[in-house]
Design a protein around this ligand. Structure first.
Ligand SMILES: [Zn+2]
Ligand SMILES: [Zn+2]
Length: 245
């Protein structure tokens, strides 16, 4: 039976993948988890109005999680002008990275005075803690991802707790992030066992979500390099699909 909150999978692929769009998910039309370039084309395919997005959580500054920003800003300047502020959450260095991406992306528009800048309201996450963006209180927890400043996010929306790992290896912090949530959105880069300290494989995801699956929580796997075999209790995200929680 359909629940109350839609989670739209705009992409479920890892940086290296099998033809999936790169990972990005939209919760309730308002909360966007990471923003890959291919997420923008999926937004159009699904007929989503991007002005409903209130806050974007960027887990870390890798291209598959961030490089959709210049395309989204172009939409906001040309086809979908916003009247409300856009909030963006992410690690230190994010505003500067977005600024240089926009400069690189559409130089002639900038030179012509059209500009592709909108002025987002940033919430910069530097360490584990409680933060707020667009009226949404959230917890940020550092993840294990090749020594980068990478964060998992956890928040409550319409009475349900959500956790999103972004990219991470299997460690205590990922377990801490997922503990007791209603909806876990977990990276699952590798279908088979791989020695990769910065990403999860099927066994790692199964271990991390065992307790959640046991009590019937929703576990969505995303950021896949290829489709793993079915895992009991875990939904493997498919591009363009909506999951109700
Ligand atoms: Zn990634
Ligand atoms: Zn990454």
């Amino acid at each position: 039976m359909n629940g109350r909150i839609p989670i739209v999978c705009l992409g479920s692929g890892a940086a290296l993948n099998d033809g999936r769009g790169w990972n990005s998910l939209l919760i309730d039309g308002r909360i966007l988890l990471d923003l890959s370039p291919s997420a923008i084309t999926q937004i159009h395919r699904l007929g989503i109005d991007p002005r409903t997005i209130e806050v974007i959580f960027i887990s870390h500054l890798h291209a598959d999680h961030l490089f959709g920003i210049p395309f989204l800003f172009l939409e906001y300047r040309i086809r979908y002008e916003r009247s409300s502020p856009l909030h963006i959450v992410g690690p230190a260095g994010l505003p500067e990275r977005i600024e240089s991406l926009c400069t690189l992306a559409w130089p002639e528009l900038d030179r012509g005075g059209l500009g592709t800048r909108i002025e987002p309201v940033y919430t910069i996450v530097r360490e584990e803690g409680e933060y707020e963006a667009a009226g949404l209180k959230f917890t940020a927890i550092p993840m294990e991802h090749f020594g980068l400043s990478a964060f998992g996010y956890r928040f409550t929306h319409k009475g349900k707790t959500f956790a999103y790992t972004g990219d991470t290896g299997e460690g205590e912090s990922a377990g801490q992030l997922l503990e007791g949530v209603d909806v876990a959105i977990v990276e699952l880069t590798h279908p088979g066992p791989v020695d990769d300290p910065g990403h999860l494989d099927v066994e790692g995801v199964s271990r991390l979500t065992k307790e959640l699956v046991g009590r019937g929580a929703t576990v969505l796997a995303t950021h896949m390099s290829e489709t793993p075999p079915p895992i009991e209790g875990i939904t493997l995200c498919e591009d363009g699909k909506t999951y109700w929680v």
